[in-house]
Design a protein around this ligand. Structure first.
Ligand SMILES: Cc1cc2nc3c(=O)[nH]c(=O)nc-3n(C[C@H](O)[C@H](O)[C@H](O)COP(=O)(O)O)c2cc1C
Length: 344
């Protein structure tokens, strides 16, 4: 296990060793065992509340994670649903996570407005995930603690605008007055060093982590991820404005055909996008069906490894990147102001 290389507002806010977040993986992929492995390796992970619809099961996951992390802070991912009954479900999830002493949440899907009050009152830190800076400003005004900004490369929901992670990383931290975490396409330490250099306080990963030993998903899926080069990642559901970056499989091809035909009736999408299909695919390793969130960062997943080994690789790689930059710098002893004047 590597010692701390970077101290940022995110490592301070969350009490973690490395500025590395591993985002929630649905439907039930990021469970207690995976999240505990992330926390024990010095990062922050999130159990997806929506994956554990039975309250007893959700309680059990949180208890297990607390046990496996020996009381260290860990997180929960909350999907803020605009559908009927969605907010009542989230309220119940919040009641349970407060009872179980969860320390932070990753909110996603829609404005965190309905949940900020209860979470803040309970002292739970809120990290709100957005696909564009404009949503960050409104979340910041609501009182969240940190903004997670994901770019177009991200597995899952990259938003409607297709803004690259490179642009998010350079822009977001300069205009958002909160700790900013950048994700989408990240899977190496050199990207982490670059993002921190651009002003961010941390990174978030999903796709690159799909080879973690601690994930229960089928070995053949992990091997597929190891072989992946990112060209099999595709954005679907554009016709219904719910852009979703997934593995190109039979279901994705069927949905692409609906997109091409500009179909907007969700009922025609439903048979291909049901969450149960994805769960079955992860369980059996038959990845021909289901919406399997999948981004090009799989190209960095070189082998099935423990979370700790992945983090070690990343920290070592970040240190090399810093040395490289130091070696390239020609004006080592000048102040920032002097460099700025020289450049202008
Ligand atoms: C398999 C998988 C499942 C995901 N499920 C969710 C989810 O349920 N909720 C969510 O907010 N984000 C989800 N995400 C997105 C991740 O939390 C994270 O934001 C994203 O993966 C970062 O981009 P990257 O895939 O390029 O690393 C998922 C990503 C993957 C790869």
């Amino acid at each position: 296990m590597r010692s701390q290389l970077f101290k940022t507002r995110i490592t301070d806010l969350l009490g973690i060793r490395h500025p590395i977040l591993c985002g929630g993986l649905g439907p039930r992929v990021s469970d207690a065992d995976y999240v505990a492995a992330v926390v024990n390796a010095g990062g922050m992970g999130f159990i997806v509340a929506a994956g554990f619809a039975d309250p007893d099961e959700f309680h059990a996951q949180l208890k297990r994670c607390r046990q496996l992390t020996q009381g260290q802070p860990f997180g929960v991912n909350l999907y803020i649903s605009r559908q009927s009954g969605g907010l009542a479900r989230v309220a119940e999830q919040i009641r349970i996570l407060i009872e179980e002493g969860v320390s932070c949440v990753e909110t996603a899907g829609a404005s965190p407005q309905p949940v900020v009050g209860a979470l803040r009152e309970a002292g739970i830190k809120i990290l709100h995930k957005v696909p564009a800076v404009k949503y960050a400003h409104s979340a910041a005004r609501l009182g969240v603690d940190s903004i997670i900004m994901v770019g177009n490369d991200c597995g899952g929901h990259p938003g409607l605008f297709g803004i690259s992670s490179m642009v998010q990383a350079a822009h977001g931290p300069s205009v958002v007055d909160l700790p900013v975490v950048i994700g989408g396409g990240i899977g190496t330490g050199r990207q982490m060093a670059a993002v921190l250099a651009m002003g961010a306080d941390g990174i978030i990963m999903g796709s690159r982590m799909m080879v973690a030993e601690e994930l229960w998903i089928h070995e053949s899926y992990k091997e597929k991820v190891v072989r992946g080069d990112g060209t099999e990642s595709v954005v679907v559901k554009r016709a219904i404005g719910d852009h979703h970056r997934v593995l190109l499989n039979d279901s994705a091809r069927a949905v692409l055909a609906l997109d091409d035909a500009k179909i907007t009736d969700f009922e025609q999408f439903r048979p291909h996008v049901m969450g149960a299909l994805a769960h079955e695919a992860y369980l059996t390793g038959d990845t021909s069906v289901g919406m399997l969130d999948y981004g090009p960062a799989v190209v960095f997943a070189d082998a099935v490894k423990s979370v700790e080994a992945i983090f070690d690789d990343m920290i070592d790689d970040a240190a090399i990147a810093i040395r490289r930059l130091n070696g390239l710098e020609t004006r080592n002893n000048q102040s920032d102001a002097a460099l700025h004047n020289a450049a202008s």
